[in-house]
Design a protein around this ligand. Sequence first.
Ligand SMILES: N[C@@H](CCC(=O)N[C@@H](CS)C(=O)NCC(=O)O)C(=O)O
Ligand SMILES: [Fe+2]
Length: 354
Amino acid sequence: MIFRQLFDPQSSTYTYLLADPASREAVLIDPVFEQARRDAALLDELGLKLAWTLETHVHADHVTAAWMLREKLGSRIALSAASGAEGADRYLGPGERVQFGKRHVEARSTPGHTSGCTTYVLDDLSMAFTGDALFIRGCGRTDFQGGDARTLYRSVRQEIFSLPDRCLIYPGHDYRGLTVTSVGEEKLFNPRLAESIGEGDFVGYMTNLGLPHPKQMDVAVPANLKCGKPQTTTALDPDWAPLTYTFAGIWEVQPHWLEEHLHDVQIVDVREPDEFNGPLGHVPGATLIPLGTLSKSAGSLAKDKPLVVVCRSGARSAQATLILGKAGFEKVANLSGGMLRWRAQRLSVEGGTD
Ligand SMILES: N[C@@H](CCC(=O)N[C@@H](CS)C(=O)NCC(=O)O)C(=O)O
Ligand SMILES: [Fe+2]
């Protein structure tokens, strides 16, 4: 099983990637709109095909990336029929399975945080993705979207605590940076829901939480009821070149594109002078600004003309794209593979030796 836990710091949301190593089919549980590009880059780098996005519920604090990922990657959207959301490809009933390659998750109905909450349980019962029904030593609030403390108490007892103690619990959020727990651990130590705690105690606890509503609620709930379809066209990916975005967070351009557009961009080589004038040579028309002086010299570059940054292998120039981004340059990309790949592809050079 391929498994990754991904985090959105803005909403403290976890997104989970599960994939079958043989078929390379993947699912993403609770992807976040602002992280769609990151998640697509990871899938691409791991050679995975996104079959499904799954929602544990209609979120109140962030917009799902389900719709965006379907547009970008052709994945399908599944969530519970009880969610009330429109625009999904599949509506899950209790106990239904979602298959990816030879593996599957089972959708268990765990209402209480919202009326449509679902917990996804992996086929071998080794992992459960509880959304906001059960957190690490906590649980989701029950004061909006059809939430109900009694219902949540029963959901956790019947559908989650009935799993083996060894089953790892991966929650929808953690606000302290904790990442994983287990059924056995929560049965003993959850301060709201441990086995020793009665339903009345839990209801009393939840009735007096006194939390303000999530800041994004008025935007998030209507958008998530449409599986994350934005109301207006949102900012698109950069279109000045066919760029690719890496999981490392870098925009990259391929050598062949650059050679055909040498005059449409500013080319900045961030190596040292002896490398720039050394055997590898440099891209025709490149300006030398060694990485160590880039922050100071960035003012000499035009902000409106796209910038391609170059170094020997593409590593220093990747850092240079981040420095330039911080300095306010919006159209910046790294030359993928640097001068080494440029030379390997036998593209034109200034200086250098054959
Ligand atoms: N401050 C956060 C609050 C988020 C929030 O209320 N999260 C819900 C899950 S959607 C929850 O159950 N929180 C439990 C808690 O904060 O203890 C925001 O504005 O987004
Ligand atoms: Fe939630």
